[in-house]
Design a protein around this ligand. Structure first.
Ligand SMILES: [Zn+2]
Length: 285
């Protein structure tokens, strides 16, 4: 049995894509989203309060002339010009969300938060934002070390997962938040070991290729979520072993992860099973 994430909302609402973190992975995700959405309606917002530093040029999506400028601003302005579409940005830290009155973070149906952050505080803030009752946006979280990484998708805490699996059409409306799937995301990262190799120092604690791989995976999640063909909830990348492993969405997996019983997760439904269009590979009306 294959469970698909329901894309009903994207059939009536253009997606609102919010990229939180424009560093290694987020910068390439932002550009990839613009390509993915060419000719399609959507709203894109880039969030990052860091400025570009010289050492970022090796593995982030910036150029020499960007040094000293805000990452979100310089990227938003460049992509807006290149792709001829408006792109919003914010230089307010995501973690002070509660105090913020800007328009971009207000709930809109069809909102997808793409977390490309590297710290537990930002993930905690995103989790609180996404899991507010009735808001229903999706959170795709990317995180990586030097030669491994993971992409996770979710939108609810365990208490809100009741009845989110519609048996019959085999459609899914709710999945556990990335931080519920992997509670270690909320723990501080271990201290990096001291490095003495000049290349390692120059690159920081990540290789220059892993961010491209991570961005590709994130974009595949966004594409499938919007198109109605997403059937995984987690993907693990291991560049040391050369493997990509995805976790299929099943109520059993969610039950194991959250302790919520399968019979509480699943409800019978007479809604028709969506068909994937033979021409474009999407689920649409
Ligand atoms: Zn079609």
């Amino acid at each position: 049995m294959t469970w698909l994430v329901c894309n009903d909302i994207f059939q009536t609402q253009a997606p609102t894509l919010i990229v939180v973190g424009c560093g290694g992975t987020g910068g390439f995700v932002a550009e990839g989203l613009c390509r993915l959405m060419v000719g399609r309606e959507c709203r894109i917002t880039l969030v990052d309060h860091d400025v570009v530093e010289e050492h970022n040029l090796r593995r982030q999506n910036f150029y020499v002339g960007d040094v000293g400028k805000f990452k979100s601003k310089v990227l938003a302005e460049r992509l807006a010009t290149r792709f001829d579409r408006p792109i919003d940005y914010s230089i307010t830290p995501w973690t002070v969300l509660e105090d913020r009155q800007e328009g971009w973070h207000v709930f809109s149906p069809g909102q997808i938060i793409i977390g490309c952050v590297d710290n537990p505080m930002a993930r905690r803030a995103i989790g609180l934002f996404v899991s507010r009752p009735t808001w229903g946006q999706w959170w795709i979280d990317a995180g990586n070390g030097r030669d491994y990484g993971q992409v996770l998708i979710g939108n609810r805490g365990p208490a809100a997962l009741t009845g989110t699996f519609l048996l019959g059409p085999d459609l899914v409306y709710g999945l556990p938040l990335p931080t519920v799937q992997q509670p270690a995301l909320l723990e501080p990262a271990p201290e990096a070991a001291p490095v003495d190799c000049a290349q390692a120092v120059a690159e920081g604690d990540q290789s220059s290729t892993i961010n491209h791989l991570m961005a590709g995976l994130v974009l595949e999640y966004v594409r499938r979520l919007v198109d109605g063909t997403l059937r995984w909830m987690a993907t693990y990348l291991d560049t040391a072993n050369g493997t990509v492993t995805s976790v299929p969405i099943t109520p059993e997996t969610v039950a194991r992860m959250t302790g919520v019983k399968v019979k509480r997760l699943v409800v019978q439904s007479t809604k028709p099973r969506p068909t994937i269009c033979r021409q474009c590979g999407r689920v649409h009306r």
